[in-house]
Every structure is written in structure tokens, then in C-alpha cells.
Design a protein around this ligand. Structure first.
Ligand SMILES: [Zn+2]
Ligand SMILES: [Zn+2]
Length: 247
């Protein structure tokens, strides 16, 4: 199986009608990894995969639009699809928040097996190699790069314009980048990129292909696309729920 990324939800900061917050399913020959699980992503996840088959969850940062489905996923694995040791990787801040809102019945162990990650972390999940870089965002935010089968996918997670894909190395086939707003909101200190800035961030690293994501509800995808195409020489697309990208 080729390395693929299925968009479960990609609405920036809060859900839009018909589009949950951030969540992607990263699949390859021997792994299916949930990358971020914003509110509302569990429904589309079940349309993409049997929950018994999920290999791991990777969470990029502690902002609620990127991980708050996790306690609900825990319900699944305690009560409905009983599993133990489902690997969860995320930042220390995210783990602390998850702990704060998790109350397990006495004697019951958590089906989720947490490992804290940091920028230098490297993970092997099935045939997927994961590495990370710290982005320009108010909390510790880890942009992941996934390599499998000779292909490479990189995701900016949330970031301001002080970051680009070069910190994830060369040879990125598909870059998915925060493009929360339009050019008119640049220079307002917003900790996210415009579509134009996303295109610059992908160009700097020589990425082959760019997908804009995390557009705030109400943004015009066509306008964002046009802004990015002015800067980025390769193919550009805008993420939408249900889109399956072959890396
Ligand atoms: Zn976000
Ligand atoms: Zn964020």
C-alpha cells in the first residue's frame, strides 16, 4: 500500500459545518496512525478504518482543536472495542491535560499507553518512521515528518510564519501546511500562517506538493489557493474532509 493521508477533519480552530477539527489518518503497508484527533474526528475515522486496527495516535500539541477527541477514543477502547496498550504519543502539556480530565474506575487500567515526545523524538510505527520539529506557536508544537516506502509526508501542525519545512529535512513529497487565514491578516501577530506564507514555507524546503489546511471557518478556499499558487511552483490543493492524498 502506498503511503496515504486521509483527511478526517481540517477546520482551523473550531469545526465548520460538515468539517470537524484537525485529524488525519496516515496509512502505509503495516501501520495506520491517527495524526491529531480534534473534536468530531472519531466519526470519520470509523468510515476510514476499523478501530481495532488503529496502530497509534500522534498528537502535535495541546490546543483543544487537535486532541480533545482522545478521552472519547478512550471510551471506545475501554467499553466497546476492548484493547490494551494503544500507543499515544504527544507533548508533555497534552499528557498533563489528558490526565487532568481522565477519571478511570478503580482497578481499571488505561487502554491508552502514553509516551511523551519532544522535538528530538524519533518513532518507528510499523513501517513508518516519524521525526519532529518545533514550530512557531504559543505552546510546544511538534510538526511531524513521516517516511514510509521511500515517500515522505510532512505536516506543519499549527505554526506562525517563523517556521518552515526545512527543519524537517530534504526530500518532502507532500507538505501539508497551516493556512489559517488570508494575506490581509499577516502582520497581526496571529500564531498561524496565511496561505501565502504556507507556500513560502513549503518552497523553502523544496517540497514537491503542497496541501493547505487548518483554514478557519468562513475562509474562501479558492482565494487561499490562488494566494498560494502565486508563490508555490508545484501542485497546490486545499484539504477537505474525506480527501485521500497519496504521498
Ligand atoms: Zn489548531
Ligand atoms: Zn494550536
Amino acid at each position: 500500500m502506498a503511503l496515504t493521508v486521509t483527511v478526517l477533519g481540517c477546520s482551523g480552530s473550531y469545526a465548520a459545518p460538515g468539517n470537524p477539527c484537525t485529524g488525519y489518518l496516515v496509512r502505509s503497508d503495516s501501520a495506520a496512525v491517527l495524526l491529531d484527533c480534534g473534536p468530531g474526528t472519531l466519526g470519520p475515522l470509523q468510515e476510514a478504518i476499523d478501530l481495532a486496527e488503529l496502530s497509534a495516535v500522534v498528537l502535535t500539541h495541546c490546543h483543544p482543536d487537535h486532541w480533545l477527541e482522545l478521552p472519547v477514543i478512550r471510551n471506545v477502547y475501554i467499553w466497546f472495542v476492548p484493547r490494551d496498550g494503544v500507543p499515544v504519543y504527544g507533548t508533555a502539556e497534552t499528557r498533563a491535560m489528558d490526565r487532568a480530565i481522565t477519571v478511570l474506575r478503580s482497578g481499571r487500567t488505561d487502554p491508552l499507553d502514553w509516551t511523551v515526545i519532544e522535538p528530538a523524538s524519533e518513532l518507528t510505527i510499523g513501517d513508518q518512521q516519524w521525526s519532529f520539529a518545533l514550530t512557531d506557536h504559543p505552546v510546544e508544537t511538534l510538526a511531524p515528518r513521516v517516511d514510509a516506502g521511500g515517500r515522505s509526508f510532512a505536516f506543519s501542525s499549527d505554526t506562525g510564519p517563523g517556521w518552515d519545512f526545512r527543519s524537517l529535512g530534504d526530500g518532502i513529497n507532500l507538505a501539508m501546511c497551516d493556512a489559517s487565514h488570508g494575506r490581509e491578516h499577516e502582520d497581526q501577530g496571529i500564531p498561524h500562517m496565511s496561505a501565502r506564507q504556507a507556500a513560502l514555507a513549503a518552497s523553502a524546503a523544496g517540497a514537491e506538493r503542497l496541501v493547505l489546511t487548518h483554514l478557519a471557518p468562513g475562509c474562501d478556499p479558492d482565494a487561499q489557493l490562488a494566494e498560494a499558487e502565486e508563490v508555490f511552483a508545484g501542485d497546490v490543493d486545499v484539504a477537505r474532509p474525506g480527501l485521500v492524498l497519496t504521498v
